[in-house]
Ligand binder design. Sequence first.
Ligand SMILES: [Zn+2]
Length: 681
Amino acid sequence: MAEAKEAKKVIVLGIDGGQPELIQRFVKEGKLPNFEKLMKRGVFKEIIEPLPTITPPCWTTITTGAWPGTHGITDFYLPQEPGDDLDQIQHGFNTHKCKAEYIWQAAERAAKKPILIKWEVSWPPVHHGIQVEGCGPGVVNYFELGSVRLHTTEDLPMTNMVRLKPAEGWANLDPMWKSLEGEVIIALHGGSEQVYHLLINKSKGAGYDTALVCSTKDAAKTVASMRMGQWSEWVIDIFDMTPNQEKMARDEAQRAKTKTYTKTKAGQDTQARLTMAQRAREGLMPRGKTKGSFRFKLLNLSSDASEMELFSTQVWPVSGYTQPPELGEELLENVGPFFTNPARDALHYEWIDERTFYELMDYQHQWLAKTAKYLTSSREWDLLYVETHCGDYINHFYMQNFDPRIASEAQIRNATSWFTRHYQSIDRMLGDLVSLADQDTLFVVVSDHSGTPSPWGYLEPLTVLENAGLLVYKNDEQGKRVVDWSKTKAYAQRSIYVYINLKGRDPQGIVEPKDYDKVQEEIVEVLRGAIHPKSGKHAFQVVFKKHEAELIGLYGDRIGDVVYALNPECDEEHGKELPTSRVGDVSIRSTFIMAGPNVKEGIHLEGMAYLTSVAPTIAYLIGIPVPANAEGAILYEALVDPDLRLHLQRKAEKERDRWRAMYRGIAVEYDLNPRRELNDE
Ligand SMILES: [Zn+2]
């Protein structure tokens, strides 16, 4: 039984998308020894997150203890600014938009020192402690110099096509190599490019088997060398980030043509990526010569070199992405190069295989653990927050292949195997982090939501509104399909909101304020009646009028006039379904594990528990002020002594009384004046 005493420090491991049923299953199968140990000496709960069941609002709830209506991060995106059209939304990964106090700000009020390592939705830092990155899940890469790329002999969209030809004009070539040459172009943000020279060699004189990447046409100036299936060493180089306005304008035009905003994954990603203008405005865009790092993997090389696929990772700057900014350089020396995005998009586009993605994810886990060890041993600290996005990435890749109604046995086997391997990688990191905790350290594992399969396929609420005549499209001068605001009464926006196109509020509003209630009622009726075409069943789980949604923590000026949740069977992996949803063997609930001083051991909590409880419970256990806007209750059920503070106070009072009595005794014995002395204190 854990001792009922105060904890002195806390370590929190955040797992975005961490799936409570899968973790329990793999623990039962003996595959996650560190999770198992922690659960045996602590409490476990499938905890309930807020709606929408999506990253920014849920992490912000975890670290403020407040509901989305209170902290204001009401979705993946935030609503339009006043005066903007209803489809002009902005990304929600911005602490400056949060209206509630974070736990690390509360901790600093008590002179405690926080360290945040890649903790999601915590950038820009709003505390004075150490911070390493903390933007988003690899779709909001504030500091990225260049994104992942495939260099291939094939002509594929968005890739760098390499035309191999006999090498000419090179220094230090071995004639036995029969070298072929090509160009590897690393595309940088801002329109600039870094060109490397590629050599494909027959190192043993037989077939082509080796790739060398060189900074100039000199085989002695190799920055990377690898055989098929191998990673290169890290390339640490200086990148010229001077913007090329002309190329940038061309790229933007190309993007505008190919990716307009839709509710599809690709569309959302495009929206989430900050435009160069936004990055420049927020002072985030690196300028001029910038030191950065990346690496290659030679994915494929046929012996006649007719087929070659070379992958390059995200190019990440070595400094500037931390607080203080120069910490990055120190981490490069002591831990190694960092990247925030383990090539999620590359797996999505099928540029890389599942193993390569796993290798990048595992590298990142090791990097996070080593960084935690380095920073906790070189800095003073009281709160350590470390986060991985792994759980969510794999939910998006594998969850649909996990439902026997839509997946084959082979797909389920493959999904299970990758789920297992990724959780084992997290488990190793967990073991490393637990080793940093002593007897007085509270340890918490928490996720922001998880994921469920959606066998019916996604249902687009915009289509439901369009079919009901509430939303009308037209073609603009370029023939592009756009909303006809002059005929549109309602518009579905972000994950779970419908807005009335209201006169006086929205720039092209057509609904008179006197008709607000009527139109709101009409939208509610339409959504409640909507039938999913594939299943023939109701597509919406619940539909609330704006004022009714306060029941689930949604209110204020950053939510829609109607709030809905989709049936989980048509919600892709997460985001739009109620936080208590379940599909087959998995739920959308979040994972919560807590162990340490004053925490019960080996208990599966039975009571109701919300993510709003995490911050107040940590604050209570480690003795710091509760974050100012926290609304969650302390998880008393988890505690050995729920009244610990009261008992500590009583104990202190008793001790004080004993000392007073003793002091009085001594004073009387030595004929001093106890009354006067006591009054002086
Ligand atoms: Zn998330």
